[in-house]
Design a protein around this ligand. Structure first.
Ligand SMILES: *Cc1c(COP(=O)(O)O)cnc(C)c1O
Length: 424
């Protein structure tokens, strides 16, 4: 099936009892065992099946299977948020004493997680400028266990050369985790460029309507975890029947990463996604490719409009041919450059503030990827925990205004921007 068809049908097996066309919402916490042997088999992984919704749920399974298909991966795991998806991915690989090499232009929450929480539990983090992929190589040492980057960084919109970073990771037998939230799979599938794990905040474009919070991790299913430096995959797990995830999973060994994340971090730390939210995300996914086409079309129109406007100082949109990211972005984003547009107004942030407060149609709030157009000033909000130096190194000047352009009619979006710019 093609992408658009998979988004509507992938992962669903019609329920033989009800013949329900829509995906049934299994709002249940647990599942009846057939008998004691069945119960024991489920607990020992001898038989697949559901035990308790913290670990798995049939509605969630459709979401996971569908996203795995859309990403071109082997298995996915849905979690309560993009933030928990990132945290669980790291602690599914790293122990105290291990290190992560990560891009320095990360989403604000991820930056804080890496900069302060991972070190608190003994996991070191080296932050590097992803503009030159060689910076990742230079930061790798014998403690490094994983590389981490975003596709399009937020809000600087720097496009990382995923293939180059993946090549460096592979040369060092390290996995590469890519947060692809800003480039949903109808625009970019990082696994095709060598990523081993792909993360999305489903909250953004995948869900697409600003209604639910969730995250998902997709395992490409091709990383070899048998190197003994990956302790968690090679030592027997006493909390799970002495299982060695890199060796004892038989035909499921290809999805060792996703399976371990379900059986250990999810099962014992518990950031599960509710069945209702899984269902909402499935609804959103049905229109993902259509929405991304419109987001991209409107994003491009807004970028061109702002670039020509006399009140505007600068515009950053990877689709503009003069943009410094354009060449790299064009390599990866063949179906559109998405809906994120960032710019600065002449006169700096005091004028920017007036602009934001003058918007009528475009909503001033902290989110991206809604079907509705959104605006925010990152330096005083989403990224305010960063120091001046960190802001600069993350490519966030204080004048920067971030727009997440929605799927409204372009005339209405441009009219709102025009009147707000004229207020200055
Ligand atoms: C929003 C976002 C996250 C965090 O996801 P939540 O669902 O809000 O926890 C992580 N990375 C990126 C790039 C994001 O935009």
């Amino acid at each position: 099936m093609k992408f658009e068809t998979t988004a509507l049908h992938g992962g669903q097996k019609i329920d033989s009892d009800t013949r329900s066309r829509a995906i049934p919402l299994y709002r249940t916490a647990s599942y009846l065992f057939k008998d004691c042997e069945h119960a024991a088999n489920l607990f020992s992984l001898k038989e697949p099946g559901n035990i308790y919704t913290r670990i798995s749920n049939p509605t969630q399974a459709v979401l996971e299977d569908r996203v795995a298909l859309l990403e071109g991966g082997a298995a996915s795991l849905a979690l309560a948020s993009g933030t928990s998806a990132i945290f669980y991915s790291i602690i599914n690989i790293c122990c105290a004493g291990d290190e992560v090499v990560a891009a320095n232009n990360l989403y604000g929450g991820t930056y804080s997680q890496f900069d302060s929480i991972l070190p608190q539990i003994g996991i070191g983090v080296k932050l590097v400028d992803p503009k030159d992929p060689e910076n990742f190589r230079a930061a790798i040492n014998d403690k490094t266990r994983v590389l981490f980057c975003e596709t399009l960084g937020n809000p600087g919109l720097t496009m990382t050369d995923i293939e180059a970073v993946a090549t460096i990771a592979a040369e060092h037998a390290l996995p590469l985790i890519v947060d692809s939230t800003f480039t949903p799979p109808s625009l970019l599938r990082p696994i095709e460029y060598g990523a081993d794990v792909v993360i999305h905040s489903l909250t953004k474009w995948m869900g697409g309507h600003g209604t639910v919070v969730g995250g998902i991790v997709t395992d490409a299913g091709k990383f070899d975890w048998t190197d003994s430096k990956f302790t968690l995959f090679n030592e027997p797990d006493e909390s799970y029947h002495g299982l060695r995830y890199a060796h004892d999973l038989g035909e499921m060994s290809a999805i060792a990463f996703a399976l371990r994340m379900r059986l250990v971090p999810l099962r014992n730390l518990g950031a599960c996604l509710s069945p209702d939210n899984c269902w909402s995300f499935l609804q959103g996914l049905e229109t993902l490719s259509l929405r991304m086409e419109r987001h991209s079309e409107n994003g491009m129109a807004v970028a061109k409009f702002l670039a020509e406007h006399e009140a505007v100082d600068w515009v950053n949109y990877p689709g503009l041919t003069k943009n410094e990211n354009h060449v790299t972005a064009k390599k990866y984003l063949r179906k559109g450059f998405g809906g994120m547009v960032v710019f600065g107004i002449k006169g700096g942030f005091s004028k920017g503030k007036r602009f934001i407060e003058s918007l009528n149609l475009i909503s001033h709030l902290a989110n991206v990827g809604d079907a509705k157009s959104l605006a925010i000033h990152p330096a005083s909000t989403t990224h305010s925990q960063l120091s001046k130096a960190q802001l600069l190194s993350s490519g966030i000047p204080s004048s920067l205004i971030r727009l997440s352009i929605g799927i409204e009619h372009i005339d209405d979006i441009l009219a709102d921007l025009t009147q707000a710019l004229e207020k200055n």
